[in-house]
Unconditional design. Sequence first.
Length: 326
Amino acid sequence: MTTATAPPVLVEHVTRRFGAVTALDDVSLRVDAGEIVGLLGPNGAGKTTLLSLVTGLRTPDAGTVRVFGGDPRDPASRTSLGTTPQETGLPDTLKVREVVDFVAGHYADPMPRGEVLARFGLTDMAERQTGALSGGQKRRLAVALSLVGRPRLVLLDEPTTGLDVEARHVLWQALRDYHADGATVIVTSHYLEEIEALAERVVVVGEGRVLADDSLARVLDLVAVRRVSLTLASGGGGDLAGLPGLQDVTDGTAVPGGTRVTLVASDADVLVRALVERSVPFADLEVRGASLEEAFLSLTSHVEDAGTEPAEPSARTTQPAPEVTR
Ligand SMILES: Nc1ncnc2c1ncn2[C@@H]1O[C@H](COP(=O)(O)OP(=O)(O)OP(=O)(O)O)[C@@H](O)[C@H]1O
């Protein structure tokens, strides 16, 4: 039975194996109503498996999965769920409007066809056979179909893989608008840009475990790595060893006036102050922050290198995510 107050998604201590492969290893995740969550992780991390448990396509070997408090295998639990898997097929000879109408026929109160098409920039395609759509238009239609039943929970597995920039932006805007209407959305992606564009909360998955679960900003903060590039004056000395928070120094490149190096450090301000105090002769200082990809790689390698236990499922509220080597 689903309940009005139950969270859209509640995954508790779930393990799922495929033969010798443990795709998910004691994973827990709670997603509350109205959240928009990005599942980020490399190939084989377990993202698709996690979604397949939430959609009821698969069952866990251990642990429980609940959708709005109900068993996702129960069709009643899935009436409020819309999903687009990584790969979808559309009937080539049906027109776009016919496909939308076909899906709408399964719901008591579907979104009007005109609204579905408008949200995804497909209004002009209504009379076209789906076989004649471009790859980007097909993908937009596939995602649009997941919203026809006005689901309260939307699960999308790599929604914009293979799309060009424009198609990606149309799709992101449609998802942001639908989320703004009150829906709960979970998106998996390899595209860091996609997670940054869509997610307010990021769950980093690696090797079947939750490595971090926090706000987008906090995941970036977790590995507040800064890259400080500067040109060291030729023959000017400048001892870089032992600078505070220094993690790495790239090989120098000869440039006019000296050698260009990039210092990787946890705190750029402290590092630059130390450079000045040591009278290191530098020029053309440039500081930049870490990308989500860098944050993710750092999290993964930290867990691997240090043998650190992954974050507890409720890390974002009860326990700090794994500390990162700085
Ligand atoms: N049906 C299956 N049979 C055997 N192994 C599987 C099956 N499905 C998934 N796996 C394995 O489980 C692990 C997790 O796969 P999963 O597809 O969930 O990862 P993912 O994070 O979604 O990866 P991707 O980003 O490439 O889609 C992988 O090692 C994968 O090979």
